[in-house]
Design a protein around this ligand. Structure first.
Ligand code: FCB
Length: 450
C-alpha cells in the first residue's frame, strides 16, 4: 500500500477516494414538476410547526434545474466521487408502479454528467423521501412497501447499475425510524414505540429484498447501507449500564440484524412483546452479504439513565457536556471519537470495508465581499480526516471520505437555518460561492489525486 502524504500530516492510501455528498429532497426542489408527487417530507414540511420557519424543499437549491452547473462546481472541488440520492416519488410517482420517464431522464443525465467529469457516482436509494401514497398504505410497517422498494431498487440497478460506482439501500435508517417515529422530529413526526419497531424491522426487510433484487440484476455492482452509528460513552461511572443499553438499542438494532442476522438479545428480551409478529423469520432475508457499509459521523453521544423511572427500554438520555466546542447546530466537535468509533465497531461486528459517507459541520458564515471565511469548518474537516487516517493506519479498512455537504441545503427540521455546505447558497438568488473550506478541501483533493 503506497501512502500519499497530504496537507497537514494527513496520510492516506493512493486509492482512497474523496467526495462530496447531498440528498435529493435537500437540494433538488422542483417538487411538483415533471410528474414528481409528494413524499412524506413534502407533507411534513407543509404542516405548520414541523420545520423551522415553515421552510420546505419546494425549491431548495433548485438543483433540478441547475444540475450541470452544480456538477461543474463539484469538479472544481477536485473530488473523485459524488454521493447523491434518487428521489423515489420522482421515479415512481403513483401506486400503479408506472415509471416516470422524466425522472429517469434526470438521473440518466446526472450520472452521465458525473462520468464526463471523472466523478464516480455513489448513489443512495432512500434518503428519507418515502412516497406519500406508500405511507398512506401502511408505510414501512407494511410488507407492501418493502416489495415496492425492491422493485424500485431493481429498476435503478437495471437502468444505471453499469454506470454507478456503488449503490446504497438506506441512508441512516436510525433517522427514518427512531428519529421519525419515536422522537417525532422527522417526518412523519410520530412518538410511538411499537410503530418504531415495526418501521425498523420493515426497513431491514426492504433492505434485504432490495439487495437480493439488485444482485439478480447486476451481480458486480457494489452494494451497501449507510448507518449513523452512535459513538456512545457513559457520562460518568454510574452510567455504564445506561451506555450499554443505549448502544444495544441505537446501534445494535441496526448492526446486528444487518450484519449478523440476529437482534441484540438484551433489546429483544425487553422489547419482544412490541416487536412485529414473527420477526425472527425475516432475519435470513435481512442479513445479505454486503460489499461495503457507510458511516455517517458528526458528534459523540454522552449517555446516562432516563429521568423518569418508568421509561421504556432503553430508558436512557443523551446529555450535553459543558465546556466543549460546538458547531452552530449545537453538536459537540470531537474527532477522536470518530477514530474510536471505527475501532469499536470493527471489534464488535463483522463488517465489510467502510466509506465515511458523511461528515461535516454546520457553521452559518455568510458571504462578505465575495468571500465566506469559514475557518472552523476547515478545522473540523481537517481534524476528522486526520481521525480517519489514524484509523486507517491502525488497520481499519476505510476506502473513502465524503464531506457533508456539497452546498448549503434544506437541513430537515432545521429548514435553511443550518448551513453545512462547502459552497454557500444564497437562497434568494441561488448564487453559489465556494467557501474557504471548499477551497481548502479542493486543494487537499488535488494533492491527493496528484
Ligand atoms: C445526516 C443526514 C444528512 C444531513 C446531515 C447533517 O443525518 O443524513 O441528510 O442532514 O445529517
Amino acid at each position: 500500500m503506497t501512502s500519499g502524504k497530504l496537507a497537514d500530516q494527513i496520510q492516506l492510501p493512493d486509492t482512497f477516494i474523496f467526495g462530496v455528498a447531498t440528498a435529493a429532497y435537500q437540494i433538488e426542489g422542483a417538487a411538483s414538476e415533471d410528474g414528481r408527487t409528494a413524499s412524506i417530507w413534502d407533507t411534513f414540511s407543509h404542516t405548520p410547526g414541523k420545520v423551522l420557519n415553515g421552510d420546505t424543499g419546494d425549491v431548495a437549491c433548485d438543483h433540478y434545474h441547475r444540475m450541470d452547473s452544480d456538477l461543474d462546481l463539484i469538479q472544481q472541488l477536485n473530488v473523485g466521487a459524488y454521493r447523491f440520492s434518487f428521489s423515489w416519488p420522482r421515479l415512481f410517482p403513483s401506486a400503479d408502479g408506472q415509471v416516470n420517464l422524466a425522472g429517469l431522464d434526470f438521473y440518466d443525465r446526472l450520472i452521465d454528467g458525473c462520468l464526463a467529469r471523472n466523478l464516480r457516482p455513489f448513489a443512495t436509494l432512500y434518503h428519507w423521501d418515502l412516497p406519500q401514497y406508500l405511507y398512506d398504505n401502511g408505510g414501512w410497517a407494511s410488507k407492501d412497501t418493502a416489495y415496492a422498494f425492491a422493485d424500485y431498487a431493481k429498476l435503478i440497478s437495471d437502468k444505471f447499475g453499469d454506470r454507478l460506482r456503488t449503490l446504497t439501500t438506506f441512508n441512516e435508517p436510525w433517522c427514518s425510524s427512531i428519529l421519525s417515529y419515536l422522537f417525532g422530529v422527522h417526518a412523519p413526526g410520530l412518538k410511538d414505540l411499537p410503530k418504531t419497531l415495526s418501521v425498523i424491522h420493515g426497513q431491514h426487510v426492504a433492505h434485504g429484498l432490495a439487495v437480493q433484487a439488485m444482485r439478480s440484476s447486476h451481480a458486480d455492482l457494489p452494494l451497501g447501507i449507510v448507518l449513523n452509528a452512535q459513538a456512545v460513552y457513559p457520562v460518568d461511572a454510574q452510567s455504564e449500564d445506561a451506555a450499554e443499553r443505549h448502544q444495544q438499542f441505537h446501534n445494535g438494532l441496526f448492526f446486528e440484524p444487518l450484519f449478523h442476522g440476529e437482534y441484540p438479545q438484551q433489546a429483544v428480551e425487553a422489547l419482544s412483546p412490541l416487536m412485529p409478529k414473527n420477526f425472527m423469520d425475516d432475519l435470513p432475508t435481512i442479513a445479505q452479504p454486503l460489499d461495503f457499509w457507510g458511516l455517517n459521523y458528526y458528534t459523540p453521544s454522552w449517555v446516562t439513565d432516563a429521568v423518569a423511572s418508568d421509561e421504556p427500554y432503553p430508558a436512557t438520555r443523551v446529555v450535553d457536556r459543558e465546556q466543549v466546542t460546538r458547531t452552530d447546530i449545537g453538536w459537540e466537535v470531537n474527532a477522536d471519537c470518530l477514530t474510536d468509533l471505527l475501532k469499536r465497531l470493527y471489534a464488535e461486528y463483522s463488517l465489510p470495508p467502510c466509506y465515511i459517507t458523511e461528515n461535516g459541520a454546520a457553521y452559518n458564515h455568510q458571504v462578505e465581499e465575495g468571500v465566506v471565511d469559514d475557518k472552523p469548518r476547515q478545522e473540523y474537516l481537517q481534524q476528522h480526516i486526520q481521525a480517519v487516517a489514524k484509523a486507517v493506519a491502525q488497520g481499519i479498512d476505510v476506502k473513502g471520505y465524503f464531506a457533508w455537504s456539497l452546498m448549503d441545503n434544506f437541513e430537515w427540521a432545521e429548514g435553511y437555518s443550518q448551513r453545512f455546505g462547502l459552497i454557500h447558497v444564497d437562497y434568494a438568488t441561488q448564487q453559489r460561492t465556494i467557501k474557504r473550506s471548499g477551497h481548502w478541501y479542493a486543494d487537499l483533493c488535488r494533492r491527493h489525486a496528484f
